[in-house]
Design a protein around this ligand. Structure first.
Ligand SMILES: *Cc1c(COP(=O)(O)O)cnc(C)c1O
Length: 395
């Protein structure tokens, strides 16, 4: 018997956990239109404004004219065109590694990567806050999965010490955590991996383009050698296009081409999207000022919200989450902000742990000072309406 869908939805509704799609009537930008109304968007991972950048759009348009729309086949059949090849070279150069391999999405990159690296004989130690795609990928790999406390190298060390010797081991983390905005202690994790002969896998979905002086990601931010780790990321966030990739050795790439099902059994990414991603990577490398503006916006909004007495996570990235605990409150506050013309999504379980529902703001390099001030004003008003207790003296 199938589930009673109506009943299931009603159950979610009463727990304030029902999610609904909102239809955007405009491109991804700092100002968006929904239901004919304009909003300041604090809800996009388009950190550098490249998803709607004229040069990136032009690259896609030109590529459509040259290469058509669909790739027509899987990468190993006849789906690999010059733009795919070029993008992989650009990614390898950005990430300072030997080779990169692209996938249809970031999600399927993880599904392809992890099971190709390890099987039921292996052990995966994953941070408790790892993205759903990583956890799904670990399950798919059928290896033993153990979870370590969030960003807790001490706990990871305990688990590494407990394992049977010589068991193949992956340590899996995000570079920038997508729902908290904090960074993994990569130097500590890498030191432990070396000591215990484990491989460190970093999902740098929110780090690439954003972190590090040259936008290479969290590995650059911490000054680590990219050859010592295995990285994946997406083309859908700061890069503003779509797709995912791994960055590593030429041998790893060759091996994944031959073994990763999520690479083999799916049609290649549309060539124009690959061309757009390449154009975006060039901008990431040529315009460090975007990252500087992003950092300035992140800091300005972070201190203004903190001054209002709002409880932010320990974030070090353009992801600014405000913990409000109950899903009901998160939804009500998101709605009040919506009415004030500011679009901030409510993030609830199962995306985040129970009792940690939050409003998640993401900043872009393209937000103007005036837009950020409007956001802060809206928060000041709803803070009064929701009589939130200030956690600091000011505001
Ligand atoms: C967004 C995200 C993904 C998935 O990437 P898509 O390109 O959106 O499929 C994977 N991992 C993390 C940490 C993410 O935030």
């Amino acid at each position: 018997m199938l589930r009673n869908f109506e009943q299931e939805i009603k159950n979610l509704e009463t727990r304030h956990l029902r999610r609904q799609i909102r239809i955007m009537e405009s491109p991804s930008d700092t100002i968006i239109t929904i239901e004919g109304r304009r909003f300041i968007s604090m809800a996009s991972n388009n950190y550098l404004g490249l998803a709607n950048h004229p040069g990136v759009k032009q690259a896609a348009i030109k590529a459509i004219e040259r290469w058509g729309v669909g790739a027509g086949a899987a990468r190993l059949m006849s789906g690999t065109m010059t733009p795919h090849h070029q993008l992989e070279r650009d990614l390898a150069q950005l990430k300072q590694v030997e080779a990169a391999l692209t996938f249809g999405t970031g999600y399927t990159t993880n599904l392809g990567l992890i099971p190709a690296l390890i099987d039921r004989n292996g052990l995966i130690l994953a941070d408790r806050y790892c993205h759903a795609s990583l956890i799904e990928a670990c399950r798919l790999a059928k290896a033993t999965l153990r979870v370590f406390h969030h960003n807790d190298a001490g706990h990871l060390e305990k688990l590494l010490k407990k394992r049977e010797k010589a068991r193949p081991t992956l340590v899996v983390t995000e570079g920038v955590f997508s729902m908290d905005g904090d960074l993994a202690p990569l130097p500590d994790l890498l030191a432990l991996c070396r000591q215990h002969e484990a491989t460190l896998v970093i999902d740098d979905a929110h780090g690439t383009g954003v972190m590090g002086k040259n936008g290479q990601g969290t590995v650059e931010h911490f000054g680590l050698n990219p050859r010592d780790v295995l990285q994946m990321g997406t083309l859908s966030k700061a890069i503003g296009a779509g797709g995912g990739y791994i960055a590593g050795t030429a041998a790893l790439k060759d091996y994944l081409i031959n073994t990763a099902k999520a690479f083999i059994y799916t049609t290649a990414q549309p060539p124009a999207i690959a061309a757009a991603a390449s154009a975006a990577i060039r901008i990431i490398q040529d315009e460090p000022a975007r990252r500087e503006r992003l950092r300035a916006n992140q800091n300005a909004l972070h201190s203004a919200l903190t001054d209002l007495g709002l409880q932010l996570t320990d974030t070090q990235s353009p992801i600014l989450p405000i913990i409000v605990k109950s899903p009901e409150r998160a939804v009500e506050m998101s709605q009040a902000l919506y009415e004030a013309g500011v679009y901030v999504p409510a993030i609830r379980p199962p995306t985040v742990p129970k009792d940690s529902s939050r409003l998640r703001l993401t900043v872009s390099s393209e937000h103007t000072q005036e837009q950020l001030e409007t956001v802060v004003t809206a928060f000041r008003k709803i803070r009064e309406a929701f009589s939130m207790k200030p956690t600091s003296a000011s505001g």
